[in-house]
Unconditional design. Structure first.
Length: 388
């Protein structure tokens, strides 16, 4: 398993394994999956997002849409421009800004459109990603770079504008469950086998988790059968409420891979949606290489819509990434590229962003608003709101 790891990675893996063993010992030898995922991703100095490994791009573990093409940022900027112009100005707040590429492209596009935000705020929990963002954004013209500010927590004061979260919801720790033979809900968690290796182990779910599983099951066309395993993110609602609490007027855009609830919990999807990333390969074993690989789960966008209702936000639109990019005019951005190699490159990138078998259908965009009453351009071509 560790033959292909360098010395630094081997040392980090050993430290993470020792940390998990200590946490398990303190919890009676068993951790619910949400706690395990929290430790594997965010344990200070050890977790995937805390330990400094390169994550994004060709040299990392996965590639996001902003890394793939500036077309993505150009389209997001057009949606930001509509909101900022309608409000008469405001800020952009990006959550989990990755390498900083989306911020870089959005700021450049907004400058060209003469619609710069007063501030471009970035809330980033990863110290090494924040450093990468600072290095990249420092290369912008001073008039743009000076607008960027980093935050350690959501704004404490009221603000107006646009909130952006691209591939953030999928990294919130989630609870895993499996349906028992008698209709009992079991919580899936992590323990150690006799050899000291991490293994799955299920036990009766807590009352709150069992109630939530039964609640979502009541909304499905048919009951979940015995042996059906999946996950749900109890943290999504409180998190959405926290990051939008001080948004007085504007739009929050969440872009991620996921599905409405009825599709998420289809009978055929009986193994759940956990997805891990390691060196540009995706797989479904979150117990492998803890601390070195990314761990995510698809987003239940119905839960995001419920969270909006609970905290006084309006669901403004829901669409596929393809629908959003077409609505914000990706074809005009392609046409603006110089003829020849540059335009051919943009066409190739657009296919990856738009095609259903690539990112076009698996990624969705949901818009939540507060004190917002104008139809959004990103949902003009396709709006799947009724599917939520």
């Amino acid at each position: 398993m560790t033959d292909n790891l360098d010395l630094h990675q081997q040392a980090q893996l050993q430290r993470m394994q020792a940390h998990l063993q200590a946490v398990l010992a303190g919890q009676g030898g068993w951790l619910g999956f949400a706690r395990y995922m929290d430790e594997a991703l965010y344990a200070p100095g050890l977790g995937y997002y805390s330990a400094g490994a390169r994550k994004l791009g060709a040299g990392g573990d996965f590639t996001t849409a902003p890394e793939l093409s500036p077309l993505f940022g150009g389209c997001v900027a057009r949606q930001c421009e509509q909101v900022l112009r309608t409000l008469g100005g405001g800020d952009v707040l990006e959550l989990g800004a990755g390498s900083g590429r989306l911020a870089f492209d959005v700021l450049q596009a907004l400058a060209q459109a003469d619609s710069l935000p007063q501030r471009y705020l970035i809330l980033e929990v990863s110290a090494d990603l924040r450093q990468r963002q600072q290095e990249l954004l420092a290369t912008l013209p001073a008039a743009l770079a000076d607008r960027v500010q980093w935050l350690d927590a959501p704004p404490a004061q009221g603000w107006r504008g646009v909130l952006l979260a691209n591939e953030v919801l999928d990294a919130l720790p989630c609870d895993c469950f499996v349906m028992g033979a008698d209709g009992q809900v079991l919580e899936r968690g992590v323990t150690l086998d006799t050899a000291g290796a991490l293994v799955w182990q299920s036990r009766p779910a807590t009352a709150s988790l069992a109630a939530e599983v039964l609640r979502l099951q009541s909304q499905l066309p048919q009951p979940l059968e015995a042996g059906y395993a999946s996950e749900l993110c109890l943290r999504a609602g409180p998190w959405v409420a926290a990051v939008t609490a001080q948004l007085q007027a504007g739009v929050a855009l969440f872009i991620d891979y996921g599905l409405p609830r009825a599709q998420y919990y289809q009978p055929a999807r009986d193994g759940g949606t956990l997805r891990c990333h390691w060196r540009q390969r995706a797989h479904d074993d979150p117990l492998w290489l803890p601390g070195l690989q990314d761990i995510t789960a698809w987003v239940d966008f119905t839960r995001v819509a419920e969270a909006a209702d609970d905290c006084g936000l309006q669901v403004l639109g829901f669409t596929t990434q393809m629908g959003f990019l077409l609505g914000t005019g990706i074809e005009t951005l392609i046409a603006a590229a110089p003829e020849g190699v540059a335009r051919t490159r943009r066409l190739t990138e657009a296919r990856e962003l738009l095609m259903p078998e690539a990112m076009g259908e698996s990624f969705k965009v949901i818009a939540l608003g507060r004190n917002w009453h104008t139809p959004l351009t990103g949902f003009a071509v396709q709006d799947l709101l009724e599917r939520l």
